[in-house]
Design a protein around this ligand. Sequence first.
Ligand code: ZN
Length: 256
Amino acid sequence: MPPRRFMLLEANYRQLLDDPPSVAILPWGATEAHNYHLPHGTDVIEASCLAEGAARLAVDRGAKPIVLPAIPFGNNEQQLDQVATISFTTATAGAILSDVVRSLKTQEIDRLLILNGHGGNEFKPLVRDVQNQSGSLVVVANFFQIRPDALDEIFDDPGDHAGELETSLLLHLCPDLVEMDRAGDGSRVPFTVAGLGQPGVWTPRPWSQSHPDTGCGNPSAATADKGRRYFEASCEALAEVIVGLSAAQRGDLPYV
Ligand SMILES: [Zn+2]
């Protein structure tokens, strides 16, 4: 297969000079335990594959995206007791995002879509800062939230982490890396401090104590077909974002 211009790890300089991209897509994951049956790279695989699939659709519709290599680490501060887990603090993530946006802006790529694969990554405060500092338009899409209708329709209980949604996606994308016979039930041990379950009240879970097998959500109903359906629905939605960003002109809100 010849190098694809929209994948930065494949594209050559000649391709990018002749047909420069207008919007960059940054897959951002985490590398962490996903119950006992999914690879540590699950969030990176999801974000990378969705970015590639969505960009391919967007190119067919006239957009000029470039998919950047994925950032492999995310915020895992509550999982540092789990073997081989590396966590980026928020300050580190902010510094990386700022350097990516600054570099791209120098080359007149001033629109960036962060495709987030990890629920523990919080980009809103980072984007508020970097957008103001850079003048670029930075957009965040959480793949696990982008098609709530498809989530409802396809899954009995999508789960939070390594549950039916993520297991189905991995069964579709890389079935050889899924060892279903090892999976725990992804149950949660409830908080015992009173009053913390109310709406608007939040504190992070001490993950290994709250989720003994590290999963949140039962993966047993996962299938590759469910994963394919969610993958295709999400790629369609993300392609719409990419097409819109690629076509945007200065003055089109919020690209001001
Ligand atoms: Zn995950």
